[in-house]
Write a protein that binds this ligand. Structure first.
Ligand code: NDP
Length: 281
């Protein structure tokens, strides 16, 4: 057996084409969706992420602004900029690129963004709504994972989902979204004992560890659906948290890196920004 690859790049393109139409319909009504991005400091990876988010906005007709701040700014100055954007009627979504310098509290920054403009889905109010299953902005990477699995008609109800990783931006919310879809969810993390014994029970295995090629054949139940969220660079080459060569012959479905989950994350950010613009008024 060899796994069917879940093509996130293709799905992202399809969704962005649909979004282009949605944006032009909004523009005809005089609403230009707006995303404000704040970048603090000179982190090279953050700059690349911000640039690709802005490019994606441009391609589908979303207006985007960029506030660049030096890493010497105070938390107060950053909060003031967020207040300004919270009050700017032309802005539907606010994104503060993480990580932030150590002297600035990420949590304070996230909590200052109006929940109505929190298109990253990180505000505690939106996280709470996600937990109770209310309509809200969902965090982009987990949202993208669920969309990819749905596109492939993978069923969740009654399935055992095992998530490796419990970060606030990936591991925890992806498990919660699949719990909302009636899966049975197990979380694993760095203190988990006998990891392969647990991960081998997963009908769906979601890997968000941040370690190149961490998951091998011994972690995967034959026929499982394996989602690789990891983005790692080894000798300048991108690779996931899953050892592709080992797992591809065992899994039924697998997301490749690159071209799997990655392109879906920005796509769901665009989706959230458009949804926010629709709620204007
Ligand atoms: P974090 O570093 O925040 O979390 C990693 C998680 O893995 C932690 O919960 C940690 O456990 C767990 N872990 C670490 N080592 C082990 C181990 N030996 N056994 C079991 N669990 C372990 O990472 P993120 O969640 O932010 O990101 C995960 C990966 O996804 C990264 O490669 C990142 O680059 C990528 N990513 C990709 C995105 C995309 O768009 N495709 C978006 C965001 C992230 P503990 O909590 O105990 O420390």
């Amino acid at each position: 057996m060899s796994a069917t690859l879940l093509n996130g790049k293709k799905l992202a393109e399809k969704k962005r084409e649909e979004m282009k139409k949605e944006v032009s319909a909004l523009r005809e009504k005089g609403i230009v969706p707006g995303l404000a991005v704040i970048l603090v400091g000179e982190n090279a990876a953050s700059k690349v992420y911000v640039r690709s988010k802005q490019k994606a906005c441009e391609e589908i007709g979303i207006h985007s602004t960029l506030t660049e701040m030096p890493d010497t700014i105070s938390e107060q100055e950053l909060l003031q900029e967020i207040d300004r954007l919270n009050n700017d009627a032309s802005i539907d979504g606010i994104l503060v690129q993480l990580p932030l310098p150590d002297h600035i509290s990420e949590q304070a920054v996230i909590e200052r963004i109006s929940p109505a403009k929190d298109v990253d889905g990180f505000h505690p109010i939106n996280i709470g709504k996600m937990m109770t299953g209310e309509d809200t902005f969902l965090p982009c990477t987990p949202f993208g994972v669920v969309e990819m699995l749905k596109e492939a008609n993978i069923e969740f109800e009654g399935k055992h989902v095992v998530v490796i990783g419990r970060s606030n931006i990936v591991g925890k919310p992806v498990g919660q979204l699949l719990l909302n879809e009636n899966a049975t969810v197990t979380y694993c993390h760095s203190r988990t004992r006998n990891l392969p014994e647990i991960t081998k029970q997963g009908d769906i295995l979601i890997v968000a560890v941040g370690k190149a090629n961490f998951v091998g054949e011994e972690h995967v139940k034959p026929g499982a659906v394996v989602v690789d969220v990891g983005i790692n660079r080894v000798d300048g080459k991108l690779c996931g948290d899953v050892d592709f060569n080992q797992v591809e012959p065992v899994a039924s479905y697998l997301t490749p890196v690159p071209g799997g989950v990655g392109p879906m994350t920005i796509t769901m950010l665009l989706h959230n920004t458009i949804q926010s613009a629709k709620q204007r008024g």
